[in-house]
Structures are given as structure tokens and as C-alpha cells.
Write a protein that binds this ligand. Structure first.
Ligand code: HEM
Length: 443
């Protein structure tokens, strides 16, 4: 007999919805602390099940994956992303994943390493000794330059600024509609952000379709758009323009903000842990010997690799994974009703004391201890998700994060000038709320 999951119910759900709207991450962490590894709570019209037991997560992502689709909030993104990989389901997703996957494997993305290091070196080359900068903004700009150059063979310029502006407008609207009470306001209500959103989608479409047309008629290249245009399925069919448009916007969105956050949080942690930063400087100087970092250096930058993993454990840019049950099913001993939203939060999972010793401590060394990674339960560490829908850009992202931080560390050091603690805002990604102000010291 399956059991009903524990959690707040009845009138308790009203203050809970308000608490959730106010502070989502602390709320979710509190639910897990108070009720355990499986908690059911209602928010507005959504019936949620938060699961934090790696064995049950395995059921959601792998062994019972056929019982789940992406959650409602992710499906809402279809207004922007259409049937791109992040939001598509079923045969459409399967076909496009098969077409895109070979192009994002480790060996295939290795050709992007030099661009990543070069653009990072150029960016820090423009910074002056002693000046103060907002690191988060700088990293957003850098990863955007990297993503458009590697994925679409486009250089910085007005076209890029326009795309990024319209994606920002669209994401702002999406944030209002998913993580604030606007979600429950009827669509007929005149809302300026909605008008701006519609306009931005139209402009984005014009720019992106133009880019696809240009690329179809352009020269052979290594950029992902070119590779996607060439990719053919078993019947010899490729992606049409609408599918390419959806994948382009999906990759742009999924591929730059997340990595910018990894670089930002990594430096935020490093400057507060000088002993760790000194080891990073030592490794980078020893391995690179003043050369620009390349793909072949990745293996030797093992300490930096551990630093990035530890940074993504404490500050996972993707802080929550959502699914919804498409039929009645069970998870562990618990009953799950069709329509229930299943939430897996890396902010709970990555700080479980029974899995990570001193979970709130920044200790990259743990990743280098013999047997540590092997000893982790499967799905206890999920910066890139898991199962068939694991992040398709994970090799790209790890390589990029290491090369950005290594290229920066070759030339500069920072002093943290933030006047408050790090506060994060949970939207699609987990962003810092206040500017991450740093003073630049050239090394
Ligand atoms: C550190 C950087 C990144 C993080 C933390 C991250 C995280 C994630 C996570 C957690 C998922 C799974 C979502 C789910 O299961 O619902 C995902 C999916 C995805 N990511 Fe990433 N990602 C990163 C970088 C990238 C990059 C660079 C790209 C593109 C080049 C990318 C493209 C995608 C796509 C297309 C999906 C959907 C895959 C599918 O469902 O088939 N991501 N990402």
C-alpha cells in the first residue's frame, strides 16, 4: 500500500504560499528540514512534491522517467523557447537531442577552447589596476560573447546587444509570471511587461531567422548553428527553420547565464578563501607558464576543476529541477497523483549533512580525496541534472568555466568590495541580488 507524503495542509497552505513567494530557497530548505526527504505542499493551484532522497530522484530521472514530463513552469517557457530541447517532450525531443548531441560531446567542443580563453584574456586585459567592477555583469557579458561566437559565429556588436536585450525582457516577464503573484492574474489584465514580452519575441524572431538564413548561405564552420544545419536524422531529414530558431534561442539562454554564474560565484568564494586562491594561482602559473590556456591543459588544472565543482555544489546556478506526473504513479513508498509537480532542489541536495561533511564549508579539497566522488550516492550531486535529460552543454560548460577562471587568474586578483552578504534570487537560475563588486589588482 502506498503512503500519502507528509507536509503542511489545510489552512496552513495560505501562509505557506506567501512564505514561498517571499523567499523560495529558504522555504524549500525549511520544508526539507521539517518534513524530510519527501514533502508535499500546495502553492496556489500547484500540488508540489519536493524529493531529496537520491534513490527516489533516480526513479524520477531514470527508472520511472516515462511517468514524468517537464513541470508546468518549464512548459511556460515554451512561449519563448518553442519546442527547443529544454522544453520539448516525446518524439520531438528525442529526435532533436539525437541531432544535437554529437555536436556537444567533449571532443567536438574542444575546438572552442581557444576562443573561450582568448575572449577571457581580452576581457581582463581591458580592466585597470585599482578599478571597481561588477563581476556578475562582466561575466554575463563575457559568456555571452563566448556563446554567440562558438555557437553562432557572431562577434560582439549591435545584433548581439539587441538579442541580449530582448532575451532579458522576455526573462523578466517570465520571472514575473512564474515566481511572483502575477502568475495568478488573468491574462486579460493589461500588463505592460506582457506587451514588452510580445514585442521582444517578435524582434528576437526577426534577428534569429535572419541569422539562420545568413548561416545557411555562409561558409562551412565549427559553430553549433552550422553543425545543426548540417545534422540529418535516420531518414536524411534535417531541422527546419522553426526548429533551428527554437534550439538557437534555447542554447543562447541555457548556455550563457549559467556559466556566468559559475564564474561569478567561484570568484566570490575564492577571494574569501585566500588559501584556496593561492593554490589556484600556483597551479595556473605552473601549468600554463604564461601561455594562453587550451583544451590540453584542462586535465592538468585538476585543483581548479575541484574548485569549480565545489562552487557549483554551494551555489548551483540551476537550483531546481521540475517535473510533473503525467499519470498516477508512485515514488518510493509514496503515491503520486497525475498532475503533481515534482521538485528536486540542488540547494537542498548539495548541502545534505549525511552526504557532504560540513556541507556549508567551501572545501574544494574534498573532490580530490581518493574515493570521494565514487562514494557519493548516485544523483546526490546534480549541477547538470541527470538521466536522459541531463544538460547537453555540460562538457561545454565545464570547459568554459575552467578556461575563464584560469585565464583571469593568470592576470588578475580581486578584492571583494561588496558591502552586504551574498543574497541570491531564485528565478530560472540562481542570480545574485546585489552587484558583486570587486576591486581589480593586476598580478
Ligand atoms: C554551468 C553551466 C550550466 C548549468 C549549471 C546547466 C544546468 C542544466 C540543468 C540542471 C539541466 C537539466 C534540466 C532538467 O532536467 O530539467 C540542463 C539542461 C539543458 N542545458 Fe544546461 N547548464 C549549463 C550550461 C549549458 C550550456 C553551455 C548549454 C548549451 C551549450 C546548455 C544547454 C542545455 C539544454 C539544451 C538543456 C536541455 C537538455 C534536454 O532536456 O535534452 N546548458 N542544464
Amino acid at each position: 500500500m502506498s503512503k500519502k507524503p507528509p507536509g503542511p495542509h489545510g489552512l496552513q497552505t495560505i501562509p505557506h504560499t506567501l512564505d514561498f513567494i517571499r523567499e523560495q530557497i529558504p522555504y524549500i530548505q525549511r520544508m526539507a528540514r521539517e518534513y524530510g526527504d519527501v514533502v508535499r505542499f500546495r502553492l496556489g493551484n500547484l500540488d508540489n512534491l519536493l524529493v531529496s532522497d537520491p534513490a527516489i530522484i533516480h526513479e524520477v530521472l531514470v527508472s520511472k522517467a516515462q511517468d514524468f514530463h517537464k513541470d508546468e513552469i518549464t512548459h511556460d517557457l515554451k512561449e519563448l523557447l518553442g519546442e527547443g530541447l529544454l522544453t520539448a517532450e516525446g518524439d520531438q525531443w528525442k529526435r532533436n537531442r539525437k541531432l544535437a548531441s554529437p555536436n556537444l560531446q567533449r571532443t567536438q567542443v574542444s575546438v572552442y577552447a581557444d576562443i573561450m580563453s582568448q575572449l577571457s584574456t581580452d576581457a581582463v586585459g581591458r580592466w585597470k589596476h585599482g578599478e571597481e567592477r561588477d563581476l556578475h555583469q562582466d561575466m554575463m557579458h563575457l559568456t555571452m560573447e563566448i556563446v554567440v561566437k562558438t555557437l553562432f559565429n557572431l562577434d560582439s556588436g549591435p545584433e548581439l546587444d539587441e538579442v541580449s536585450h530582448h532575451v532579458d525582457v522576455a526573462m523578466h516577464y517570465f520571472h514575473l509570471m512564474t515566481h511572483t503573484p502575477w502568475r495568478w492574474v488573468p491574462e486579460v489584465f493589461p500588463m505592460p511587461a506582457r506587451k514588452d514580452f510580445k514585442h521582444s519575441i517578435e524582434r528576437l524572431d526577426e534577428v534569429v531567422y535572419g541569422l539562420i538564413e545568413k548561416r545557411r548561405g555562409g561558409e562551412e564552420g565549427h559553430d553549433l548553428l552550422w553543425r545543426l544545419i548540417q545534422a540529418k536524422d535516420d531518414e536524411g531529414e534535417g531541422m527546419d527553420d522553426k526548429q533551428l530558431r527554437d534550439e538557437v534561442i534555447t542554447m543562447f539562454l541555457a548556455g550563457h547565464e549559467t556559466t556566468a554564474l559559475v564564474a561569478t560565484y567561484t570568484w566570490f568564494l575564492l577571494v574569501q578563501h585566500r588559501d584556496v586562491l593561492d593554490k589556484v594561482f600556483e597551479e595556473v602559473d605552473r601549468v600554463l607558464q604564461k601561455r594562453q590556456a587550451g583544451f590540453d591543459d584542462l586535465q592538468s588544472l585538476s585543483y581548479l576543476n575541484a574548485v569549480i565543482k565545489e562552487s557549483m555544489r554551494l551555489y548551483p546556478p540551476a537550483w531546481i529541477i521540475g517535473r510533473q506526473a503525467i499519470r498516477d504513479t508512485t515514488l518510493g513508498d509514496y503515491e503520486v497523483k497525475k498532475g503533481m509537480q515534482i521538485l528536486i532542489s540542488q540547494m537542498v541536495l548539495h548541502r545534505k549533512p549525511d552526504v557532504f561533511e560540513n556541507p556549508d564549508e567551501f572545501r574544494p579539497q574534498r573532490w580530490l580525496e581518493p574515493g570521494f566522488e565514487k562514494s557519493l550516492p548516485r544523483h546526490a550531486y546534480l549541477p547538470f541534472g541527470g538521466g536522459a535529460r541531463i544538460c547537453i552543454g555540460n562538457h561545454f560548460a565545464m570547459m568554459e568555466a575552467i578556461l575563464i577562471v584560469a585565464s583571469m587568474a593568470q592576470h588578475i586578483d580581486f578584492e571583494l568590495r561588496m558591502t552586504t552578504d551574498m543574497q541570491v534570487s531564485p528565478a530560472v537560475t540562481m542570480r545574485p541580488v546585489v552587484p558583486v563588486t570587486v576591486r581589480v589588482h593586476r598580478r
